[in-house]
Design a binder for this molecule. Structure first.
Ligand code: AMP
Length: 291
C-alpha cells in the first residue's frame, strides 16, 4: 500500500453510507483513477497527486478544520449543524435531502406554532434550536443519535426533526411533515489555509476538473437543422449562445446548428425551437465541459 505523502492533496469522503457511491462516481467522472475503496483506509490516485481518505462522515468537518486533510465531501446539513471553520467551495448536485419537522399523522399539531412547549427529538439539535429561536417558539429539544423516527411512537417526543429525501421512512413510521428547515446536498469543503499553502495550484486544477463535471451535468449538447433566416430568433431563444457552430446544408437556405442548452430550461427551449421550424433535433449528454 502506498504511504500518505505530504505533497499530495488529501480529500476525506464518507467511508460507508448514503454519499459513498455517488461520491466515488463523481470523483471517477472527474477523471480520477483509483482502486476500489472497499476495506481501504485510503486510495492514492494513479493520475493525480490526490489521496482519498475513507472516514466516518461525522469526522470530516474536524479533519478539514484541523488540516489533517485539505478537502472533504459531505452533506451541507453537517456544515449547517456543526459550523466548522472551513471554506465551502462547491455544491456537488447529489445527495439531495431536506431537514424537516414531522409529527405523527394523527397528531393534533397542525403547524409549527402548535409545537409550543412540546418535546422534539433530533440528531440536529443546533439547527433545530436555531429554527425555533428564530420563530420565537419555546420547545424542548432532545438529542437522539439514531432512529429518530421511532421516538414519537415510543412516547419520547411529540415531534421529530430529521433528514428526508424520498419521504419513505416518514410514511413507514406514520409521520407527516409540518415544515422544512433547510435543503441540503453534497458539498466540497476545504481547509481555510488550502489556498495559501504550497498545494494551491493542485487544488485549483482539481476544482477545474470538478467544475467540468458539474457544468456538463447542467447542460446538454444539441444539434438541429433550421432555415438560415431563423438564426437571429434561435439566438434569442438560447440567449447564452454566443457563437454556435453553424454548417451549411446541401438544401439551399438551410443550416445545421450545434450548441449547448441548460438542463433546467431544456424542454421549454426545445419546444420553442420546434415552433420556429427547427427540425432533426439531436440531443447528447456532455461528459465534461470546461468553460
Ligand atoms: P448517512 O449515510 O445516513 O449517515 O447519510 C449521509 C448523508 O447523506 C447525510 O448527512 C445527508 O447529507 C445525506 N442524505 C441524503 N438523503 C438522506 C436521507 N434521506 N436521510 C439521511 N441522510 C440523507
Amino acid at each position: 500500500m502506498a504511504n500518505l505523502n505530504n505533497k499530495n492533496l488529501k480529500l476525506a469522503i464518507q467511508k460507508q453510507g448514503r454519499l459513498t457511491d455517488e461520491t466515488i462516481e463523481f470523483l471517477r467522472k472527474s477523471g480520477l483513477e483509483f482502486e476500489s475503496y472497499k476495506q481501504r483506509l485510503f486510495s492514492l490516485c494513479r493520475n493525480f497527486p490526490l489521496e482519498i481518505l475513507y472516514v466516518r462522515d461525522d469526522d470530516i468537518p474536524d479533519y478539514v478544520e484541523a488540516g489533517t486533510v485539505d478537502l472533504g465531501i459531505l452533506g451541507l446539513n453537517k456544515l449547517n449543524e456543526e459550523k466548522p471553520k472551513v471554506k465551502k467551495l462547491l455544491n456537488l448536485r447529489y445527495g439531495f435531502c431536506s431537514l424537516i419537522i414531522a409529527v405523527p399523522k394523527e397528531s393534533e399539531i397542525k403547524d409549527i406554532w402548535g409545537l409550543r412547549n412540546k418535546t422534539i427529538a433530533t440528531s440536529y439539535p443546533e439547527s433545530s434550536k436555531k429554527f425555533f429561536k428564530k420563530n420565537n417558539i419555546p420547545v424542548e429539544v432532545v438529542r437522539i443519535r439514531g432512529s429518530v423516527e421511532i421516538t414519537p411512537a415510543l412516547g419520547v417526543a411529540q415531534a421529530i426533526i430529521d433528514l428526508t429525501s424520498t419521504g419513505s421512512t416518514l410514511a413507514l413510521n406514520d409521520l407527516r411533515v409540518l415544515s422544512k428547515i433547510y435543503d441540503s446536498e453534497s458539498v466540497l469543503i476545504a481547509n481555510k489555509e488550502a489556498f495559501i499553502n504550497g498545494k494551491k495550484n493542485l487544488l485549483k486544477k482539481l476544482i477545474t476538473r470538478f467544475q467540468g463535471v458539474l457544468s456538463a451535468k447542467n447542460y446538454k449538447y444539441v444539434m438541429m437543422n433550421a432555415p438560415e433566416e431563423m438564426l437571429p430568433k434561435i439566438k434569442g431563444i438560447i440567449p447564452y449562445l454566443k457563437s454556435p457552430t453553424i454548417t451549411r446544408l446541401s438544401t439551399k437556405g438551410w443550416i445545421s446548428i450545434q450548441t449547448v442548452i441548460k438542463e433546467d430550461l431544456f424542454w421549454e427551449t426545445i419546444e420553442k425551437l420546434k415552433k420556429i421550424g427547427a427540425t432533426g433535433i439531436i440531443v447528447l449528454p456532455i461528459e465534461k465541459m470546461i468553460i
